[in-house]
Design a protein around this ligand. Structure first.
Ligand SMILES: Cc1ncc(COP(=O)(O)O)c(C=O)c1O
Length: 400
């Protein structure tokens, strides 16, 4: 810890990480000492204020049924979400329109279930966070791709082409991952306005997974529901689990704009979706009331890491295509020029680094890996060196 790094983001210890029981550092593929840079967990302990709130609750021994919960009033997290959205994103809505669920992907699936039927088409930007496209496949929905095109300026999606497709192949919903996992693309106001116009023209419900909303660099997050005309057709799902590193807690909130979807939710049998965990809701409230200072410091650290990665890749692996993510702590690496084939993840594993396999993100992910930057700068350096060692032993890395 230092004046520069008050929360110790640069002091995470490899032995401590390797002793943790969570999936990230535990999955070893039979190898000793892998550096884990795959699943979207951060290597830092959560904010001290969040840990303090959880410890205080446990210390009081107060773990019985809370005085809220389905079918009664919702937890304080719903009201807080509305207050925080107004303060942080300038997005105003009625807290009574917020529902609480056990996790983000559950919320997405429930909304898909209520808003669409098997056989219906759903628009999805690709490559895609695996549980989103897999939800469509598992639920028998047809996927209409909006493929990413990457160039030196960033990631672009062709909305003229999407409109032409929808004119002949109608869809029921647009499933947005905003900001976008895995490319780190932050949809700006112009792009969101275009998407809302398309949703209006083709009468699409928008299901927007905004779990990475608090992890934007350079410009603030704009919820799509805040774009004029969007709110009444949009469900926005949010959770502190990514920005505050609480993925194991299991808690999500959804602003459900369309009244018919709120009615649909209310009509489900009351235990079908399970009830929200008391400690998870407590962690959300603590993160959203006490966590801003930690989050601000985190963003400074992640910003340094996304720049550090650019420098180190330029130095050691110049053939890898990398664009600094505009949001998220995930780096989408194009490794097709390394000569590692469609599954570079295997080669890098041999070098000692576990990355996410690009193929899990759909066909556009072939030859790609996703690297998790949410660790100390020293571990970022070690990751790049381990990747580069593999590239040099394979002997076929082109220059430039
Ligand atoms: C875009 C996106 N949505 C959802 C999730 C997972 O959310 P949950 O664990 O609440 O289902 C992740 C996790 O990385 C994610 O990146």
């Amino acid at each position: 810890m230092s004046f520069d790094d008050p929360f110790g983001f640069d002091s995470v210890d490899l032995d401590w990480l390797r002793a943790k029981a969570g999936a990230k550092w535990h999955r070893s593929h039979g190898r000793q000492g892998l550096l884990a840079a795959w699943v979207a967990d951060m290597d830092f302990p959560p904010a001290p204020a969040v840990l303090g709130a959880l410890s205080a609750r446990i210390g009081r021994g107060d773990l019985g049924y809370p005085d809220w919960g389905y079918p009664g009033p919702r937890s304080p997290a719903c009201r807080l979400f509305a207050e925080r959205a107004a303060r942080r994103y300038g997005w105003q809505f009625d807290a009574d329109e917020v529902r609480e669920l056990c996790d983000v992907v559950q919320a997405v699936q429930v909304m898909l279930h209520l808003a669409t039927a098997p056989g219906d088409a759903v628009v999805l930007h690709t490559p895609s966070y695996p549980p989103l496209w897999r939800s469509l496949a598992a639920m028998g929905r047809r996927q209409i791709d909006v493929p990413a095109h990457a160039d030196a300026d960033g990631v672009h999606f062709d909305y003229d082409e999407l409109e032409a497709t929808l004119a002949t192949d109608p869809a029921k919903a647009l499933m947005l991952c905003h900001p976008h996992n895995p490319t780190g693309h932050r949809f700006d106001r112009d792009e969101l306005t275009r998407l809302v116009a398309i949703a209006e023209r083709f009468d699409l419900v928008i299901i927007s997974d905004e779990i990475h909303a608090d992890l934007t660099f350079d410009a603030p997050h704009i919820p799509i529901a805040a774009i004029p005309g969007a709110a009444a057709r949009t469900v926005t799902v949010h959770s502190p689990s990514k920005a505050f590193n609480l993925a194991g807690m299991r808690h999500a909130v959804a602003h459900v704009g369309p009244p018919h979807l709120r009615d649909g939710l209310a009509a489900l049998p009351d235990h079908l979706l399970g009830a929200v965990n008391l400690l998870a809701a407590e962690a959300t409230v603590a993160a959203w009331t006490l966590g801003d200072e930690w989050l601000d410091a985190l963003l400074v650290h992640l910003d340094r890491n996304r720049r550090l990665l650019a420098d180190r890749l330029a130095e050691h692996l110049p053939a890898v295509g990398y664009r600094r993510p505009q949001a998220t702590y995930l780096a989408w690496l194009d490794c097709r020029r390394l000569g590692f084939g469609d599954e570079p993840v295997r080669e890098f594993r041999r070098g000692g680094v576990e990355l996410s396999d690009g193929n899990d993100f759909g066909p556009l992910g072939a030859g790609h890996v996703r690297l998790n930057l949410a660790t100390s700068s020293s571990i970022v350096e070690q990751i790049v060196l381990a990747m580069a060692s593999r590239a040099s032993t394979s002997g076929d890395q082109p220059g430039g």
